[in-house]
Design a protein around this ligand. Structure first.
Ligand SMILES: [Zn+2]
Ligand SMILES: [Zn+2]
Length: 352
C-alpha cells in the first residue's frame, strides 16, 4: 500500500481518500516547472524509425499481406492490449482485483508482447501518474501539453522530481510476485521473442507469408498501433471529453479512446476511483472489453476480489465535484428518475 503522503495530487488507493466521497482533502493542482529538456537521442531515432516503418506496415496491411496475417496482427493487438489494460494497469498498478497464477501467467505473456517495459516498471510509473497527476512527478505530465503526454515523455530524461518522489512509492507487492520478477529479470530476451521474433516467424512458417509482410505488419505496425492507443489515454483522454465525476482534474471521459484502448478511455471516472476494476461506471461494458475479459475469468474463479465503488458514493461525488455532464447509460441507471421511468412507453412489459 502506498504511503499517505501530504503532497499527493490524486488518490491512488482507497486508503488515500480523506472525504466520504473518496477524494483528497486538497484540491488537485496543475504544475510544470521550466527545466532544460535533456533529449535521449537513442529513443528519438528508434521511435522515428518505428513510426516510419509502421506507416509502411499499414500500407502492407491494406494492400499486400495475406488475410491470415491481418487477422493475426489484430489478435496480437487485442492480446498485447489486454496485457496492458487487464494486466499492468488494472491488476498490477491498481490492485483492483486479484488473479490466480494461471491468469497472471497469461497476462504477463500478453504484457511482454506489448513491449512497454516490464509490468513492474509500468505499474510503478503508473502509480506515480495517479498519485502525482499533472505535476513534475507524473511521468507524462499532461500540463506540458499533448505531445509531451503522448510520446515526448519517452524522448527526454525523467524529471528529477519524479525520481525524488518515486523513492517514497511502495512497490514491494510487485516484487513479491515471482512471475513479475521473472519477467523483469529476462525482459530483453522475452520481449524480443514476444514482440518481434514470434510475430514475424509464425506468419512465414504457418501460412507462407513473406518475411517483409510478416515483420512490418504483425510486428512493427501492430506494435506501433497499440503503443499509440495506450499513449492516447495519457494525451487525448487528459484533454478532451466530459468530466461528470470531478471537474477539477484533467482526465476526461473519451469514448473514442475507449473503443481502441479496450475500455480505458473513461478516464475522469478512472482518476476519481482508480481502484475500481471496471475503470468505468456500470453500463459502459459494451465499450469495455477489458471488463468483460476480467468478468469471464471471475466466472471461472481465476480472477477474484474485484473492487468497485458503491452507487451512493458515485452519486454523491457526481453532485459535489462533477461538471453536470453525468448522463444516464440507459434503462435502470441509478439516476433514472421514477417520473421518467413511469412516463416511458414500454412495449410488452414484463418485470422480472
Ligand atoms: Zn491518466
Ligand atoms: Zn490508472
Amino acid at each position: 500500500m502506498a504511503p499517505k503522503s501530504a503532497d499527493a495530487n490524486g488518490v491512488l488507493f482507497e486508503s488515500d481518500a480523506a472525504t466520504p466521497d473518496l477524494a483528497l482533502p486538497n484540491r488537485p493542482i496543475e504544475q510544470a516547472d521550466d527545466q532544460p529538456k535533456q533529449l535521449v537521442w537513442r529513443n528519438i531515432i528508434l521511435f522515428a524509425y518505428l513510426h516510419l516503418a509502421a506507416i509502411y506496415g499499414g500500407y502492407l496491411f491494406l494492400f499486400s499481406a495475406k488475410w491470415q496475417t491481418d487477422v493475426f496482427a489484430y489478435i496480437l493487438y487485442v492480446m498485447s492490449g489486454l496485457g496492458i489494460t487487464a494486466g499492468a494497469h488494472r491488476l498490477w498498478a491498481h490492485k483492483s482485483y486479484k488473479a490466480k497464477w494461471p491468469l497472471r501467467l497469461i497476462l504477463v505473456m500478453f504484457n511482454t508482447l506489448a513491449f512497454q517495459d516490464s509490468a513492474i516498471d509500468w505499474a510503478r510509473d503508473h502509480r506515480m501518474h495517479h498519485k502525482y497527476s499533472e505535476t513534475d512527478a507524473d511521468p507524462h505530465n499532461a500540463t506540458r501539453g499533448f505531445f509531451f503526454s503522448h510520446i515526448g515523455w519517452l524522448l527526454v530524461r525523467k524529471h528529477p522530481e519524479l525520481k525524488r518522489k518515486g523513492k517514497g512509492l511502495d512497490i514491494s507487492d510487485l516484487y513479491a510476485d515471482p512471475i513479475l520478477r521473472f519477467q523483469k529479470k529476462y525482459y530483453l530476451l522475452l520481449m524480443s521473442i514476444g514482440c518481434f521474433i514470434l510475430p514475424t516467424v509464425i506468419p512465414v512458417y504457418c501460412w507462407g507469408e513473406s518475411w517483409i509482410n510478416a515483420f512490418f505488419v504483425a510486428a512493427l505496425f501492430r506494435y506501433a498501433f497499440i503503443l499509440n492507443v495506450t499513449w492516447l489515454v495519457n494525451s487525448a483522454a487528459h484533454k478532451w471529453g466530459d468530466k461528470p465525476y470531478d471537474k477539477n482534474i484533467k482526465p476526461s471521459e473519451n469514448i473514442s479512446v475507449s473503443i481502441f484502448a479496450l475500455g480505458e478511455g473513461f478516464h475522469n471516472y478512472h482518476h476519481t476511483f482508480p481502484w475500481d476494476y471496471k475503470t468505468a461506471e456500470l453500463g459502459n461494458n459494451r465499450l469495455n472489453f477489458t471488463t468483460n475479459f476480467i468478468n469471464f475469468f471471475a466466472k471461472i474463479g481465476w480472477a477474484y476480489d474485484l473492487k468497485t465503488v458503491s452507487d451512493e458514493i458515485v452519486r454523491n461525488r457526481v453532485k459535489r465535484t462533477g461538471d453536470g455532464s453525468h448522463h444516464l447509460w440507459g434503462w435502470g441507471d441509478k439516476d433514472h428518475s421514477k417520473d421518467e421511468m413511469d412516463a416511458a412507453i414500454r412495449i410488452n412489459p414484463k418485470d422480472d
